[in-house]
Structures are given as C-alpha cells and as structure tokens.
Design a protein. Structure first.
Length: 140
C-alpha cells in the first residue's frame, strides 16, 4: 500500500508527494480552464500507462537477460466529451535489441498485463491498441 499526499495550491494546481519525498505538480489543461503548465490529472494516467508497460517489460527483460535498455514510449491521449473523459491512449513502444519472435511476444504480453492497463476502462483499451516497434529485428 502506498499513500500519496496532495495539496490544492489554488488556481487549478495541485502538489502531490510520494512517501519517498518525490513531488510533482499538476495543472488543469488549457482546454479545461487551466494554464497547461504541468501534467494534468489525465496526463498522469497516460504517463502511468506508458511507464507501467515499460516497467513490466523491463521486469521480464531483466529476468530473461534481454537487451532492451534505451526502450522508448510515446503515448497520445485523446479526450472525449459528454462526459469529459479519456477516450483513447495510443501507445507506441520502440524496443531496441536483437529479439526473436518468442522474446518479442513475451515482452508484448508483459506490457498488456501491466496493472495500469488492467485498471483502464475497457472502452479506452478497445480504442487504444498498443503498437510495438522493433527497429533492430528483421521482419518486424
């Protein structure tokens, strides 16, 4: 269990603290009356999705000795309205290293099994297939 402490700073901004002392600030997005000068709460969901997928892939890679250092991710968040919510999270993960088809499949299965992905509404996941790119592998 982890407890995150938060404080509303005013002007649609919050400061959140992790038990480690790490801190982050949020701001409402420009399209929702904010200044958009920091992550919005829904940006954090998108960020968590990308980070979680890469972390779980990293766990599998470390266990199996797979060379994925330098892996990158890009997530594009699209909002929906009525009610305002995340409609789509388009995640692309670029995985370096010489990996065979079995290794790639294990990494992809790991990404899909990340706790954040499992916590997202099924409608978001249905609209958001994860794209995996393997630039160092032939035929991928």
């Amino acid at each position: 269990m982890v407890t995150i402490e938060g404080r509303y700073e005013g002007d649609l901004r919050c400061t959140l603290r992790h038990p480690s002392g790490s801190q982050l600030d949020t701001d409402a997005p420009k399209d929702n009356e904010g200044r958009g000068e920091a992550f919005s709460p829904t940006d954090l969901v998108a960020t968590a999705f990308a980070s979680c997928a890469m972390t779980i892939m990293g766990i599998v890679a470390r266990r199996e000795g797979l060379p994925i250092e330098g892996m990158t991710a890009r997530v594009v968040k699209k909002m929906s309205t009525d009610p305002r919510r995340i409609g789509q999270l388009a995640l692309e993960i670029v995985v370096p290293g010489q990996l065979d088809a079995v290794q790639r499949q294990r990494l992809e299965n790991a990404a899909h099994a990340c706790p954040v992905a499992k916590s997202l509404h099924p409608d978001i996941l249905a609209q958001s297939p994860v794209r995996f790119v393997y630039p160092d592998c032939e035929g991928s």
